[in-house]
Each structure stands twice: as structure tokens, then as C-alpha cells.
Design a protein around this ligand. Sequence first.
Ligand code: HAM
Length: 470
Amino acid sequence: MSTKMKKPASAKPKGFPPKKQKPQKAAAAPAAADAQAQAPRPTGGRATPQTPRGMRDIVPSEQRYWRHIYKKVEELTAAYGYERLDTPILEDTSLFVRSAGKQSDVVEKEMFSFIDKGNENVTMRPEGTAPLVRAYINHGMVNLPQPVKLYYWGPMFRYERPQHGRFRQHNQFGVEVFGDPSPVQDCEVILLAHLFYKELGIKTAIHINSLGCNQCRQGYQAELSAYYRSKRSQLCEDCKRRLAKNPLRLLDCKEASCQPIKEAAPHIVDFLDEDCKNHLMRVLEYLDDLQVPYVLNPHLVRGFDYYNRTVFEIMLADENPESGQTALGGGGRYDNLVEQLGGRPTPACGFGIGVERVILQLKAQQIEPQEDRRPDIFLAQLGDQARRKAFMLFEELRASGVHAAANFSKGALKGQLEIANRLGAKYTVILGQKEVLDGTVLIRDMESGMQEIVLYDKAGMEIKKKLGKA
Ligand code: HAM
């Protein structure tokens, strides 16, 4: 076949040839995980657009962390019988207002909400629990054998001030279990979060509290309001508002000036009725049995209105619970939310874990994801004929399950052998001009350096034999 080909008229793309561009600065070093989130914004004009503030690309060199973590997610969820459920990024705004609560920070300040072209008020999901509850109701999962155990993995959006470990787009691995009110289910969910970190090599402690039921909380809220009213003049503006509208949210305040007031606030555990107290005790007993380390944290209330009874956060071990460190994950029970969103009364509990925060910890503790992606074989070629034959052999090997690698755009053999070495290929197949003429290939064992000549037509079979894949 002639290699001379006429270019089709449409081959010239729009805007070709490209205008001369100023050289771009090199991308930020991958070690600076937060660097993208904090990079200066372009001023417009001809500058290259950047990722939106607080949002990041996950570049190829970072992907191994994501693969490593997702593999653990799949292992653990399969072992404990959870199934994946994916929901859309966009939801009706009312879903989050009705579940998280109007006074929650997320609803008040952090939602990416907008009116779409059909005049619907929609929100890019800030969290995964409410969407899963909606899906559980929409798909009639209440009719399935209970409990229904689900997990999710994907991006969440919160319009927060970007800082270390806090992004406007972050990813969560979460689980939600529907239909089981018993403390053993709380424990299973907590255990799963604990094992997830432990098996990734990160030591954590579970901070745990109980918010009781609606009745317990009424008594507590009255006491909490009275206490905070007596300190009203010392409160930040947000807390003054919370005091009037939703006193439990006072305990979410991050303002330094409000912390001493929070320290001395009454504890909800002192207001629990017998059932709620028993529930908490049983959860703790199970955790003791399973040797899951925990810390009772009487001020833990979590940032959403939907929780009742058990709430927990996953913190790094050996850290002071009051040091203001950010949580690696959090969750709890929400027995009223399914009904509140229009479903049949269904107890539920779950957690959400921030994947970026896990990666930051893996890096900080120099825990390297272990994965063997070494190719079985690298195909090196010299000359056009050899390239064509190597390409065909590559495809034959790939289709029969051999992990093959090649770089067909490289011409020089030296460069290709360097790549084969760098990738850690077990064997390299070399096809030069001589081999093309002889109808052979050269197979080199990269560890011993031994070389062997075999017929091109038999090469696929010989390679598979060497790899034990014949
Ligand atoms: P959350 O505590 O708001 O809970 O978020 C869960 C985890 O997501 C946090 O502990 C943190 O690791 C991560 N995270 C949250 N916001 C950010 C951010 N801006 N940047 C980076 N990471 C972040 C929930 O979302 C609940 N839906 C959890 C749950 C599930 N409760 C019951 N079931």
C-alpha cells in the first residue's frame, strides 16, 4: 500500500496554525497537595484558565493513591455485604434544606446552588446521606429484605474557604444502612470506618457521643439555651443567631472566642433517657469487644440536623480531642430522616470519609500505596516494518491476557530499553531490521540478561509459556 496519502480537506482544524503562546510556568510540584487549591487566580485576558478555587485535578502521579484507597473500599464493603449506589451530582435544593437543616453551616453558607434553565432550584450535592435516603425511598428499597446496606464514592461540593485539607470539591467514601435500629449496626458502621483506616496504615480514634432522641434533646436544648443566654454578650454573631434559631448548632461553632463557653456547656449525655443511655452503652460494649479505640466526646454534635442517638467522628489517634483538628470522617444514626423526606419510618445510620484527607495522611506518614503494575513484557522495535509487526504482537498478547507495554512513537532502541527498565518489565521483546528479515524476535529476560531467538509466528505462545499463561 502506498504511504503517500492526500490530506482530507477537513484535516486542518479550526484555529490552525496556533498563535504563538507565551511559555507556561511548570505545574506545581505534586507534593504540594493543596497547592492547586491555593494557586493565585488568573486575571483573565490570555492567561490559561485554572481549576476553580478550591478544586483540583487528580494528575496521573496521584492516581495510585486513589486506586489504593478504592481497592480497600471495595474489599471492606464486599466483606460486610454493602452494595454501591450512585446518585447524581445535582439534586433539588430542598432535599438538603429539609435534611441538613436551615441553620447548618452547609445550608446557610456552603451550598453550590443555582436556578437551572428550567427554573428549578438545584444544588451540587454537599454530602451523600440525603441523596441516598432519597434514592432508598424513590426505589422502594423499603420492600427489600432489611437492612439495606449501601455505599458510595464520589465528589461533594461545599463553598468553603479553601485551606489545608478543606476543598470546595472533595470526594467521599460513605456507607448508609437502612432498616436496623439496633446498636450492633452502629458498631458495624464504626468498625468499618476504623478498619478502613487501620488497614491503610493510619491509626485513628473514634470520638463518640449520643444526641439521644427528640425527647431527650428537648430537655437538653432548654438547658443549653439557658446556659448560652447567660453568656450572650460574649458570643460571636453567628452564635447569637444560633441561640435564637437552633441551639444545638452552638456546639458547632469554630470561633476561638466561643470555645471556652462551649467547654463549660452542659453535656447531652446527662439528659439521655434509659433507652438512649442503654443504646450508647451497648454500642460502647461492642466496640470494646472488637478493640476499637474510642474517646467519649460530650461536645460532639456533628453539623447536620438529621442525627439522633450515636454520633461519631474519626480523628487521628493520640490527638487532643479539643485541639480543633479536622476530622478524617464522621457519621451517626439518623432514625427520622427517611420519614422526614416522605418515606416509611426507617431507622438508619452511616458515615462519610473524606478521601483527600486520607491521602494527605498517607503522604504525611509516608505510607506508599503498594501495587504491582509492572508489565510482563515490553515490546521494543526498530524501523517501520518492525513497528508494524511489534504492534500486531502487542495486540495478540494483550488480547490473551498478557500485560504488555510499548512505546511505538520512540525510534531508538536505547530509549525503548530504558523505558522497559524503568517500568520494570520482566521480559523485553526486540524486533529490529534483522529480526524482520529472519522472521524472528529476540526475547530478553530483564533480570538474568539471557536472550533467546524465537520465530515471530511462535513468539506469542513462547512468551505466554514463559509467563505461565499458556
Ligand atoms: P461530614 O462530616 O460533613 O459528614 O463529612 C464527612 C467527611 O468528609 C469529613 O469528615 C471530611 O473528612 C470530609 N470533608 C467534608 N468537607 C470537606 C471539605 N470541604 N474538604 C475536604 N474534605 C471534606 C457528612 O457529609 C455526612 N453525610 C456523613 C454521614 C453519612 N453521616 C451519616 N452518614
